[in-house]
Design a protein around this ligand. Structure first.
Ligand SMILES: NC(=O)c1ccc[n+]([C@@H]2O[C@H](COP(=O)([O-])OP(=O)(O)OC[C@H]3O[C@@H](n4cnc5c(N)ncnc54)[C@H](O)[C@@H]3O)[C@@H](O)[C@H]2O)c1
Length: 352
């Protein structure tokens, strides 16, 4: 039953006596005389409608209020791509900390010569799995390349066979490289589009059929604030991250009928291997309208950026992003789909 709004002049005794009378004309007349406030022109034009009101089936609602429903992932099985380090590792480990079994998927090796960051390693991927298991959950590493849909499909088959289901997939793997448009070689454009955008679409296309079959699923795609604005010397990454938003919204439209949600997380600048490099530091300082030194240090970059961010941090930590993924995977987010969830320290306030 809907709760009564105490500020609504038509709730409580006045409303009950109106509804008891039944007739709309009589009800409006009584409302005006009982409350003795509204002139003819101020009277409400909409008549109250008596119940019963339709309620959704249990799988189509976040359900009643209960403690921790936005964090509890007990019994869920989740896959996180790009989980060897950074934001992907934080999401994988935070999922396990909240009760999920987690499969950590990563290429754990070189992706493209156009990527600025050093490649992730198998040791890093194993460390993620160790951290998952430290929470008493099942964890497993899968080495796969999101550009190869066949590898993702066989990973999906294996995971479903082993764990019985796949509740949630976080498509997080990506690379970044900085190059002005006028200086780009073909692969400066193609590799980021192919890896970040097509690889993310491959992830959705490989895993969604398993969710369709069970009529349940949570897809969480990593976009970026660079997917909501242009970036100097960052066109290919920016375009890939804008593209992920189009993919996310289309998937939300197509898959809702199967009780599958699809949302995007948009981190601001986060301190990871992707960003702890001179190229990213130069871009961050330039974006803050400060003079860029030839070899910017981390401290110089933080000092330039922090005053421009509403919450005053030069960058966020991966563990600042992972709670949003937990929420989107939880029962509390049952009716959240097609949404852009920005976690930025306030940069999101600068775009409409
Ligand atoms: N760090 C930031 O400031 C920031 C900001 C906004 C969005 N993001 C996004 O967050 C996500 C994680 O970024 P991060 O900063 O943790 O980066 P990261 O470089 O630390 O981690 C990315 C991981 O993805 C893996 N990966 C890349 N291509 C792959 C492929 N083809 N197949 C399988 N694995 C692959 C890498 O091996 C690496 O382990 C990315 O989608 C990134 O675009 C990051």
């Amino acid at each position: 039953m809907p709760t009564q709004n105490q500020n609504d002049p038509l709730s409580s005794p006045a409303r009950r006596s109106i509804l008891a009378l039944g007739g709309g004309v009589a009800a409006v007349g009584l409302a005006a005389s009982t409350l003795n406030t509204a002139s003819a022109s101020e009277r409400p034009v909409a008549e109250p409608v008596s119940g019963p009101y339709p309620v959704p089936p249990p799988e189509k609602t976040a359900g009643p209020i209960k403690p921790a429903r936005g964090t509890n992932l007990t019994g869920k099985v989740a896959v996180v791509t790009g989980a060897a380090r950074g934001i992907g590792r934080a999401i994988a480990v935070e999922f396990a900390a909240n009760g999920a079994d987690v499969i950590a998927l990563d290429i754990a090796g070189p992706v493209s010569p156009t990527a600025d960051a050093a490649p992730a390693t198998k040791t890093e991927l194993e460390e993620t799995v160790a951290q998952i298991r430290a929470y008493g959950r099942r964890g497993e590493a899968i080495v796969a390349d999101i550009r190869k849909i066949k590898q993702l499909r066989s990973a999906a088959d294996h995971i479903e066979r082993t764990y019985g289901k796949i509740d949630c997939v976080v498509a997080n793997a990506a690379i970044q490289g900085w190059k002005p448009l006028l200086e780009m070689a073909d692969n400066d454009w193609e590799d980021q589009i192919q890896n970040n955008l097509t690889g993310t679409a491959n992830t959705v296309r490989a895993f969604a059929p398993k969710m369709v079959a069970r009529k349940y699923g949570r897809l969480i795609l990593l976009s970026s604030m660079q997917g909501r604005m242009g970036t100097m010397s960052g066109a290919s990454y920016s375009a890939s991250k804008w593209g992920i938003l189009g993919l996310m919204k289309s998937a939300a439209l197509e898959l809702g009928r199967y009780n599958i949600t699809c949302n995007a997380i948009l981190p601001g600048l986060v301190g990871t291997a992707l960003t702890y490099n001179e190229q990213r530091f130069r871009a961050a300082i330039a974006q803050s309208n400060k003079a860029v030194s030839p070899y910017p240090t981390a401290q110089e970059t933080w000092d330039a950026r922090a005053p421009t961010v509403p919450l005053g941090v030069g960058w966020l930590q991966p563990e600042d992003i992972s709670p949003m993924a937990v929420f989107l995977a939880s029962d509390a987010a049952a009716l959240v789909t097609g949404a852009e969830m920005a976690v930025t320290g306030g940069d999101a306030a600068k775009v409409s």
